[in-house]
Design a protein around this ligand. Structure first.
Ligand SMILES: [Fe+2]
Length: 392
């Protein structure tokens, strides 16, 4: 756990957390506490189909005396600038002064974009990049329906620019949601495969926070507890999704892992998952799960002490192990957890051809911003080809 004597860092956990089965009923209290009176609900067709949007609309109340003034349910799994702008237009039309998002990462990121548009009166693209905002935005309460992204506490949002075929990133402390309502009743409908993939995304956030060049003690504490919870509860959540206790523990794990990486940042696993995931259409969490053990081995000689911590948090006794063995134990523990949760381990299993692993793919990986925080400096992009090959 050693740090340099000149350790210095900032740490922000701005989001109020409301946890408990049935806690979605507290949505109107939380909106009112933030000064909101007219709520635009942002969600997606899947959440509507499960009946969850209706439950939140009912909790907010409709008609006279109610808070709910409109629902924007047209968020696809891969949101875009247009998606955000249409939602913001509906919000303006309904004179919404607060946003409640109910869904996974794409819904939450869309709602962050809508809060930017409603709060500033600007078009979304005017706020692309880092720290373009100077004041708090329209109040935003998040109710996650997956346990993985940590988007409910993060200061980033990503949407695609369909015209220019690229993703655009918004990074700003002012887009961190004000309140997250973690209600396990809303995650019981998540299918096993998505439960596994989103859970492995959360595990990757925790491990990458631990090994990040921007690691610090508070993020470490959150990341280590997240790893313990995920090791214990993710297989149970995959096996019996109806167990509210288990679902609740995974929501907490994803939340604190999200806060850890919002502060400490992620690294090469995410750089590879972003690059290969977009190119080959692999679910973000599943892509992380495939790359995590191989990146641990690649980084091992740069931060074996960090992976020893991760292995210990996963229940491995590393006291008699040298550094190499402890690194390998961490890699194996991550791979075994993914296998227990039914996730395939190789790129070939998700339809990637070996010939797709090219120098150009490795080069593109080095352009992803996450790589900046990786503990091992990736100088030559060619050094990533063996990592991709090992994952194939
Ligand atoms: Fe992630």
């Amino acid at each position: 756990m050693a740090y340099d004597a000149d350790l210095n860092f900032n740490f922000v956990y701005r989001t109020k957390i409301v946890f408990g089965a049935g806690s979605l009923r507290e949505a109107p209290i939380e909106v009112a506490a933030l000064g909101g009176t007219r709520v635009l609900l942002v969600t997606d067709p899947g959440v509507v189909k499960l009946g969850l949007a209706k439950r939140v609309e009912a909790a907010l109340g409709q008609g006279s005396g109610g808070m709910h003034v409109g629902t924007y349910a047209d968020v696809p799994s891969d949101s875009s600038i247009d998606t955000v702008e249409r939602g913001a237009a509906l919000g303006r039309e309904m004179k919404a002064d607060a946003v409640v998002s109910v869904g996974g990462g794409s819904v939450i990121d869309t709602a962050k974009g809508i809060a930017i548009c409603l709060g500033t009166g600007h078009r979304l693209v005017e706020h692309e990049g880092c720290n373009t905002l100077s004041k708090r935005l329209t109040p935003h309460v998040v109710i996650p329906t997956t346990a993985g992204t940590g988007s409910e506490v993060s200061y980033a949002a990503v949407v695609k620019d369909a015209e220019k075929h690229r993703k655009i990133l918004f990074v700003d402390w002012f887009i961190i949601p004000d309140t997250a309502i973690l209600d396990p009743e809303l995650t019981v409908g998540l299918p096993p495969k998505l439960t596994a993939a989103t859970g492995m995304d959360a595990l990757t956030h925790a491990v990458e926070s631990l090994h990040s060049l921007q690691r610090e003690p508070i993020a470490d504490a959150l990341a280590l507890h997240a790893i313990r919870l995920i090791k214990e509860y993710l297989p149970q959540a995959v096996e019996n999704g109806k167990d509210l206790h288990v679902r609740g523990q995974m929501l907490i794990a994803a939340n604190i892992a999200g806060c850890a990486f919002s502060n400490a940042q992620v690294g090469l696993v995410h750089a590879m998952a972003h690059t290969a995931g977009a190119r080959f259409g692999i679910h973000h969490g599943h892509a992380n799960s495939i790359f995590l053990p191989h990146v641990i081995r690649y980084n091992g000689d740069a931060c074996a002490d960090r992976y020893r911590l991760a292995a210990e948090a996963m229940g491995v006794d590393t006291r008699a192990m040298n550094d190499d063995a402890a690194v390998e134990a961490a890699a194996r523990a991550c791979a075994e957890l993914a296998a227990r949760c039914g996730l395939s381990a190789r790129l070939r299993d998700v339809g990637v051809a070996e010939s797709a692993i090219t120098a150009e793919l490795a080069e593109a990986t080095t352009y992803d911003g996450s790589i900046v925080y990786n503990p091992k400096f990736v100088g030559e992009s060619a050094s990533l080809i063996p990592v991709y090959k090992a994952a194939w």
